[in-house]
Design a protein around this ligand. Structure first.
Ligand code: NAD
Length: 270
């Protein structure tokens, strides 16, 4: 498992398990346990996913020490708007059964994100979070936030996959040393409709999902594919034993068409 160094000296495992829509209870406990058994050292949850309790249970019950697992959670929009970021973090920590998270993100750029960011800074100072970052922040949101920050965001987690690489966000993040992290890297399953991945996969004796995850890794993107199926969880992390050629990478790059599968951060209503 490869780590990427964030600008505050924290290292994030480049591949993690996403758990959006993984049901609290047995499904989430199993998914996280299988992932840790398979070699993942990074789990991406959020308050709004309503599975922090099971994620925390699986991490607590696993033989790995807590400091070997990189845990991300996110502050939901209603808490950002209501000025309740600190309380939201306290609730997440309690549910996750831990006294710190490795990464805390503001989930969406809603009204109140500047004071919410200052709460994240205070939480980091107190040792409740090791790194702080953003999700779904567009360049104009960064322009508003960055002049107000005392601590620079480490990460921006955005929708990112072969149909959508958001070059404007990528450039803005690169300019400020903010690491990009891909959500919905597997296009929420729609990659299965695209023949190119199968053709490249066949050449390498790999699967289409592994090809896309490998494309993220070679683009230096942190990626968090979701599955709650044990075989797929294992498959999705078996991506460190092959390399896509420059030609493979270029063929996948050429799929870009600005197509989203999730909500548009410039036009959402939640
Ligand atoms: P994804 O792109 O990771 O796709 C997941 C789907 O792909 C699965 O449900 C399954 O149907 C399919 N799949 C997974 N592995 C497969 C395999 N090996 N073979 C065949 N099919 C396979 O979808 P996602 O859940 O939207 O995104 C990943 C993670 O990103 C989430 O779980 C969550 O942690 C995060 N996320 C964050 C935000 C945000 O606003 N910050 C939004 C969406 C998702």
């Amino acid at each position: 498992m490869k780590n990427i160094q964030l600008h505050n000296d924290t290292a994030i495992p480049q591949l993690g398990l996403g758990v959006w829509q993984t049901k609290d209870g047995r499904e989430a406990v199993n998914a996280v346990t299988w992932a840790l058994d398979a070699g993942y050292r990074h789990v991406d949850t959020a308050a709004i996913y309503k599975n922090e309790e099971s994620v925390g249970q699986a991490v607590a019950d696993h033989s790995l020490p807590r400091d070997q697992v990189f845990l991300t959670t996110k502050v939901w929009n209603t808490d950002i708007r209501a000025g309740k970021t600190r309380q939201a973090l306290e609730t997440s920590l309690r549910k996750l059964k831990t006294d710190y998270v490795d990464l805390l993100l503001l989930h969406w750029p809603v009204d109140g994100f500047v004071p919410a960011w200052h709460e994240l800074e205070r939480a980091q100072e107190k040792g409740l979070v090791r790194a702080i970052g953003l999700s779904n922040f567009m360049p104009e949101n960064l322009d508003q936030l960055l002049p107000e920050t005392n601590v620079q965001p480490c990460i921006n987690q955005i929708e990112y996959h072969p149909y959508l690489t958001q070059p404007d966000v990528t450039a803005a993040c690169a300019e400020h040393g903010i690491q990009l992290e891909a959500w919905s890297p597997l296009m929420q399953g729609h990659f299965l409709e695209i023949d190119l991945f199968d053709r490249i996969a066949e050449k390498h004796g790999k699967t289409a999902a592994q090809v896309i995850i490998r494309w993220d890794l070679q683009r230096d993107i942190v990626t968090i594919p979701k599955s709650s199926n044990q075989g797929r969880i294992q498959e999705n992390c078996s991506v460190f034993d092959f390399e896509l050629s420059a030609e493979d990478m270029a063929a996948i790059d050429a799929l870009e068409r600005g197509k989203r599968f999730g909500p548009d951060p410039r036009n959402f209503d939640f």
